[in-house]
Design a binder for this molecule. Structure first.
Ligand SMILES: C[S@@+](CC[C@H](N)C(=O)[O-])C[C@H]1O[C@@H](n2cnc3c(N)ncnc32)[C@H](O)[C@@H]1O
Length: 483
């Protein structure tokens, strides 16, 4: 296991290590004298020279300096930005290997779940079902957000004042850990194949208009985000420019943005005001230059109108697989009242409404709730209602246990941070016979799962579904049943 014999490990040391497997978050795992070393941007089978940069009591973190020996699992990545962009971490592994590792990471994470009775813990990895692959391995994303900004930013001090020297305005992605600069990209194989031609048009637009790009350090500049949405099932496209400007300043500029109006499939061309510090405004002012302010996407026989900032699962075809897994796990009876918490635009609830008596959705984002209401009407679903607010608050105020509804099945699909402790307590107070936990972060899933396991629930199944090929993100559907 260990490659180099050392004394105490400390930052700055260089070692050569063999990468054994992949772990939660996508890092490779190696060992030095039994100490776990986490190495980003490495894959199993590689021997790499690393420099340690963080050393704790039980593990170290290290950066690759040089690959000493290639892995036999390594393949050529498709994207020229792969090594610098950070969006994809496993494009250099075959897809079959990627999903094999994802399934194993879920098992490993469950195996290390504490503080749970040893015997119970040992049984958990056995509950993991074979991962369901994504129907599309490339070009699966229906949404892409790119930042406008500067490729290089320097700060110089002159006469006690900071002077910002920013170079090469561009559109692209923030590299991991570099939130002020932008890596200019010309291709992305996770989104539609037309992206390269759109990006060269955006580059031309930036050169010809000379509109200033946003600088988050000083909160100045105009162009902030290029948001693209695409209905994989409908072909409809949205191009939205998020800008820091008011209507009065913007109106004379609309003609410039109109040069994107003739693109094929374009259903929506938007310019969206965002004067705040947050990249995602809650109540955005939207100017519709072409078409409507939403795009249409279909899941099964249902239609959804998606606003620019509402949450909609990013891999449409894999979402149908995910929702089927939720339906199978929930195994609803026709007389059940189901809670769909963290419901986004109510997609899970609308799909399940036909299998039960009633669905109640809770969602905190204002435009997602509007989209949920609109789509439920359009899909003619009468047995669903929605509550706007935070799940932990709605469940402890409007929908308290023993009140208006008794939920026999609770579906939760929280963001990466997982469930608020108050939300767990409120769900436990409802005493549902089943909790179906849809998770995009295995670490917070197992943290929350431990609370359910200690409160009378047993883990039936964990179904991984690959929604995000080439990334380390893992989506799972776990079924917790009341004993
Ligand atoms: C992972 S998404 C799931 C959405 C939906 N279930 C789906 O499949 O499309 C999580 C959603 O929870 C919402 N959200 C975040 N924190 C929340 C909270 N405390 N209470 C309710 N909704 C919340 C987000 O706005 C987002 O729409």
């Amino acid at each position: 296991m260990s490659i180099v014999k050392t004394g105490a490990l400390c930052p700055g040391q260089q070692h050569t290590v063999a990468i054994e497997k992949l772990t939660h978050g996508g890092n490779g795992l190696a060992h030095i004298d039994g100490m776990a070393i986490f190495v980003p941007s490495s894959i199993p089978g590689q021997k790499v020279e690393v420099v340690l940069h963080k050393c704790k009591d039980t593990y170290c973190e290290a950066k690759v300096v040089k690959v000493v020996k290639k892995s036999i699992e390594e393949i050529a990545p498709k994207c020229k930005h792969f090594h610098e962009c950070g969006g994809c971490v496993w494009q250099n592994l075959s897809y079959n290997k990627q999903i094999e590792y994802k399934e194993n990471i879920v098992r490993d994470t469950l195996e290390h779940l504490t503080p749970i009775d040893e015997e119970l813990r040992k049984a958990l990895p056995g509950r993991v079902l074979p991962i369901i692959p994504s129907p599309q391995v490339f070009h699966y994303r229906n949404k892409l957000e790119m930042r406008f900004g500067y490729e290089n930013m320097r700060i110089e001090e002159k006469n006690g004042k900071h002077i910002y020297l920013d170079e090469n305005p561009c559109v692209g992605f923030h590299q991991p850990g570099q939130w002020s600069t932008v890596l200019p990209v010309t291709e992305c194989h996770l989104y539609d194949e037309q992206i390269a031609s759109l990006l060269s048009d955006v580059k031309r637009f930036m050169q010809s208009t000379n509109l200033p790009v946003y600088n988050s350090k000083v909160h100045k500049g105009l162009l902030r985000t290029l948001l693209l949405r695409r209905g994989i099932q409908t072909g409809e496209q949205m191009i939205a420019f998020v800008v820091k400007a008011r209507k009065k300043e913007l109106e004379p500029l609309f003609q410039h943005f109109m040069q994107f109006g003739g693109r094929s499939g374009l259903a929506s061309l938007l310019v969206i005001e965002n004067l705040g510090m947050d990249e995602r405004p809650d109540t955005p002012k939207v100017h519709t230059l072409v078409g409507k302010n939403t795009i249409t996407e279909r899941l099964f026989d249902l239609t959804f109108e998606i606003s620019p900032f509402s949450f909609f699962q990013t891999n449409t075809l894999a979402t149908e697989k995910l929702y089927q897994a939720i339906k199978d796990g929930a195994d609803l009876g026709l007389n059940e009242i189901v809670l769909d918490a963290y419901c986004g635009m109510g997609t899970i609830g609308q799909y399940l409404a036909r299998y039960c008596e009633k669905v109640v959705g809770i969602e905190s984002h204002p435009t997602a709730i509007e989209d949920a209401l609109r789509s439920a009407g359009k899909n003619r679903i009468g047995n669903i209602s929605f509550y706007k607010g935070r799940t932990e608050q709605v469940l402890s105020k409007q929908l308290v246990a023993g009140g208006k509804y008794i939920f026999s099945t609770v579906i939760v699909d929280p963001p990466r941070a997982g469930l608020h402790p108050k939300a767990i307590s409120a769900i436990l107070a409802h005493n549902p016979k089943k909790v179906v936990y849809v998770s995009c972060n295995t670490a917070t899933l197992v943290r929350d799962m431990a609370v359910f396991l200690k409160n009378g629930y047993e883990l039936r199944t964990v179904q991984p579904v690959d929604m995000f090929p080439h990334t380390a993100h893992i989506e799972t559907v776990s079924v917790l049943q009341k004993k």
